[in-house]
Design a binder for this molecule. Structure first.
Ligand SMILES: [Zn+2]
Length: 173
C-alpha cells in the first residue's frame, strides 16, 4: 500500500448542490465516475470491476463504489471521470477503452458514469492515492451482490452492467 498523497487543492466545482429532487448532491457542475472493468482469461466478457472502498469518514463511509467525484468548472463529465480515476486510483487513461456512458439526470444535477474496459495487454494496478479511499480493488462482478455498496451505485448497477454488455458487444463488431 502506497502512502496516501494529499490533494494539493480542492477543485472549482467541489461543493453540495441543492437538487430539485429534494436532496443535495456532491458537485456544483454535476459529478462523474469511471466503471472500469477487465476481461477474464477467455477475453470475452468483463469479469472484474475496479472498486473503491470508501473512507469511513466519507458519506456512507465504509461502502464500496467506483472512483469519481465532482466535475470541475469548464470540464466535460468524461474528462472529470478520467481525472478523478487518475487522482484517486492512479489509473492511466491510456490503458483503457471507453465503451459507453450512462447519465443519471436530475435536471440541475447529473451523474455521468463512463463504462470502460482495460485494454487487452495493458495492466492497471490501482493504488490508493488520497484519503478518500481505504482500498482500490479489482472485484469479481459476480461478487458485487455480497458487498455493501454505495446506495446510488447499487441501485444503478443493473443499468451499468446492461450498458457495459452492449458496449462490449459493439466493440467486437
Ligand atoms: Zn437530485
Amino acid at each position: 500500500m502506497t502512502e496516501p498523497v494529499h490533494r494539493s487543492a480542492p477543485h472549482p466545482g467541489d461543493g453540495w448542490l441543492e437538487c430539485s429532487c429534494g436532496r443535495r448532491h456532491w458537485g456544483l457542475n454535476g459529478a462523474a465516475g469511471l466503471f472500469l472493468t477487465r476481461f477474464g482469461p477467455d477475453g470475452r466478457a468483463p469479469q472484474e470491476v475496479l472498486l473503491q472502498h470508501r473512507a469511513v469518514w466519507s458519506d456512507q463511509g465504509g461502502t464500496w463504489g467506483i472512483p469519481g467525484g465532482a466535475v470541475a468548472d469548464g470540464e466535460t463529465p468524461s474528462a472529470g471521470a478520467l481525472r478523478e480515476a487518475n487522482e484517486e486510483a492512479g489509473v492511466d487513461p491510456e490503458d483503457l477503452e471507453l465503451v459507453g456512458a450512462v447519465v443519471l439526470d436530475h435536471g440541475p444535477w447529473s451523474y455521468t458514469t463512463l463504462l470502460a474496459v482495460c485494454t487487452p495487454g495493458r495492466v492497471i494496478a490501482p493504488v490508493v492515492t488520497d484519503q478518500e479511499s481505504i482500498a482500490m480493488e479489482w472485484t469479481a462482478i459476480s461478487e458485487l451482490a455480497h458487498r455493501p455498496l454505495l446506495r446510488a451505485f447499487g441501485q444503478q448497477l443493473p443499468v451499468y452492467l446492461a450498458a457495459l454488455a452492449r458496449g462490449v458487444a459493439r466493440r467486437r463488431e
